[in-house]
Design a protein around this ligand. Sequence first.
Ligand code: GLN
Length: 579
Amino acid sequence: DPSSQKTWFGHPAQLARLFTTEMWERFGFYGMRALLTLYLTQHFLFGDRQATGLYGGFTALVYLTPLIGGYLADQFLGSKRAVKFGAILMAFGYLTLCFGGETAKPFATIDGQRYEVQIEANNGTETRYVLDGDRRLAIKGNDDGTVSLLNDAGAVDRTVAKGGFVSDGERSPFFVTVMLIALCMVSVGNGFFKPNISTMVGELYAPGDRRRDTGFTIFYMGINLGSLGSQLLCPLLATTIGWWAGFGLAAIGMFFSWFLIQFDGGRLAGYGEPPAGQGPQRALGIYAAALLGVPLFYLLFSNLMNAEPPAPGAGILGYVLSLPLMGKLLFGTFLVAVPGILIWSYVNGDRREFQMMVAAMVLIIFNVVFWTLFEQAGSSLTLFADRNTELSVFGLFNISAGQTQFFNAFFIVAFAPIMAALWTTLAKRGIEPSIPVKFGIALMGVGAGFLFLVWGGQFAGPDYKVALWWLAGLYLIHSLAELCISPVGLSMVTKLSIVRIVGLMMGVWFLSISVAQYVAGIVAQVASVETVGGQVTNLKVSLDTYNGVFWTIGIASAVIGLVLLALSPIIRKWMHGVQ
Ligand code: GLN
């Protein structure tokens, strides 16, 4: 008798346990994400290019593995066992990140010659020196992008052209390996966890249950509640106690998530069960195989980190050939899958089905543009916060650069219910925007967020830092845009796809986000600035670099959004009434 079933805010009571499990998982993930880029640049002293490239490759894998994890759960494991296994792996991944060894030693390569670097800090200003024999030369960035070396008397010893000065840190290969293995564990674990916890939420509702959409909205709130807590706390611990404490808190959150699903007290009995006849023995085999994925991913990461940019003038072919293995695999798969599936649909579907598949694919391609911009949050935007943002709140206290990531989650929690109510109101009047129009608005919005920040760049103080509110404004605009695209995307795919290949199309949706993460890494690499010992040599050049890249991607996305709006009547027609 359904009326005797316990409910939670009018939803099946099981939603409560799935909500808290996912909330603590996201607490771990976003706590780690708030630290990662800064950890790579300030602890390991990677240059921007390597740090943002590695970050892009890692997040690309995080969004690629759900394809496999979802498949394995459907066929063999059942969602619940997959979630438990993923939770353990991720928790050990974050725990492993706590072991980072000593901060790397900075050095600089000037015109091909390597020099030791000394950093002196007093009263909040840092001076960096290169040690040249028995001489000590202060490093000073010039506003035209060159770097001057000053002798003790303050006179210019020599000036090095842009690109003549490369800086990096001397790292322990052992601890770099430990860090990469930790990231591999998180990527593999996420593949088992993330798709399958969502599937379990879907299982709570019978087909046609009208509570399904609000159920997912509540779930999305849980995601962002978890993120916002850890994005405040993990960077706080990292700056006050040490990096290990920040990652440690992420690990604690993740162990808590595992505890909630492992010991559910029978609350989730009958949900996420394995298919009939799939016993624990098969599961053990799959876990063992998944662990083999860790060294495999390690090889991909190493290849990614050691990738060299193409030689100048190498052309498109040179660029493609210079892509790391992971880039070639990702782009290759996407470029084959999209036309391949469309050709299949043309042959196997009727005219109406084919048109709906084309509409879905077009939206999936535009989806790449959205996440490419949006996912700058973890890399270039966090570096921007660290370098070119006045991190003071009303002059009362300062937040840390990693903590600025919290704005997104905060605005999602604040606005998700309002947006949901807005769509309902508009729908009642028959003027709810169609899905392609919402996608177009999202693309224009994510671009507008960057243009807003670039506008703020004009009001930067003499220290080349903009007020925190410009960055908060960007995140507000980005969050509203996210609410136009992220919740609608998944359901759009299920509704437009030919039923026989809906699982595959979901995979292509995740693949598009994965490709976007990778491209986001490339964009962040273009926004690289010169650093020594994890600090930029020149804040003006840094601000100019960010403004240039943010302006370009902002305009590009706004224009692409307009194109999508112009195309939206045709796409809508080809959607054949799907809302
Ligand atoms: N913030 C959401 C989450 O972490 C969505 C992220 C995404 O789909 N790229 O679940």
